[in-house]
Design a protein around this ligand. Structure first.
Ligand SMILES: Cc1cc2nc3c(=O)[nH]c(=O)nc-3n(C[C@H](O)[C@H](O)[C@H](O)COP(=O)(O)O)c2cc1C
Length: 255
């Protein structure tokens, strides 16, 4: 079924949709937009760019939400806030409100994906959070199946009962077939969480455990073909950072 619906009465043949389509799916004939067959990414560029509101996407709920340009956010403030972001490893007991969780997930949903696959999924550990953490703690305390470097790390540290999730109230696993798509979604979510007053820890150790433990994979039940890309540990920070940390010199070059 053709995923693009064009309202011929509204279309003025301005060609903006055809020029902006990344897969050349649209063309203009007799002053109106038309579609070819196959190859549409359903990215919605034609829908977004049409000045007449003449295009809709068959498989999506098109709500006519007005676009808000990023320029509405002062770039100096945005950059300073991005530089001030810190990994948080100390959390209060305060639960994260459902509306805030929804906003974080929505930020992930709107991140770019290769070929517009939108194949990133979000698993809130919820009632299984303690069970999942207990499996990881057991793995780290035994140490037998860990890669060499992590084994050395695990031996150096006291693996407390909340070593992985630090007592945070919310853990979201971001999974995908694509590490890039999952990583980009996570980054969007992290910035949203910070703007809501929350702190985030990426638990790479938890991700490692999902690669090692079949029991853990069974518990989290990922969509087919998905791997956990990030484990986002989220809650209200019990700490405040007063300064932007220094960084290594920028590695940048122009060829
Ligand atoms: C992919 C990834 C995995 C991480 N895994 C862990 C982890 O398992 N435990 C931890 O304490 N910190 C983890 N971190 C946090 C990093 O140690 C942290 O980003 C780094 O020290 C820089 O600190 P900053 O985020 O405050 O700038 C992880 C970060 C990333 C991006």
């Amino acid at each position: 079924m053709n995923p693009i619906i064009i309202n011929e009465e509204k279309c003025i043949g301005c060609e903006l949709c055809a020029k902006d389509c990344p897969s050349s799916y649209l063309y203009i004939e007799n002053g109106k937009a038309h579609t070819k067959t196959g190859g549409c990414l359903e990215c919605g560029h034609c829908y977004a760019i049409c000045p007449q509101g003449a295009i809709r996407l068959l498989n999506y709920d098109c709500k006519d939400e007005a676009a808000v340009p990023m320029t509405e956010l002062p770039s100096d403030t945005l950059l300073a806030a991005m530089k001030s972001r810190r990994t948080v490893r100390q959390f209060t007991d305060q639960a994260v409100e459902p509306e805030k969780i929804q906003k974080i997930l929505e930020a992930g949903r709107y991140s770019p994906t290769g070929g517009n696959s939108q194949n990133v999924s979000y698993t809130i550990l919820g009632s299984r959070q303690n069970e999942a953490e207990a499996i990881c703690i057991d793995l780290f305390r035994k140490g037998t199946s860990l890669p060499r470097r992590s084994k050395a790390f695990a031996e150096r540290f006291n693996i407390t009962d909340n070593f992985f999730f630090k007592g945070a109230p919310l853990v979201i696993l971001v999974s995908s077939r694509s590490l890039v798509d999952g990583g980009l979604a996570s980054s969007y979510m992290e910035l949203m969480a910070e703007s809501l007053g929350l702190g985030v820890l990426y638990s790479g150790f938890f991700v490692m455990c999902t690669r090692i433990s079949r029991k853990l994979r069974k518990l989290i039940r990922l969509p087919k073909g998905h791997k956990v890309v990030t484990c986002m540990v989220i809650g209200y920070p019990a700490v405040k950072y007063h300064r932007i940390v220094p960084r290594k010199p920028l590695q940048s070059r122009t060829l």
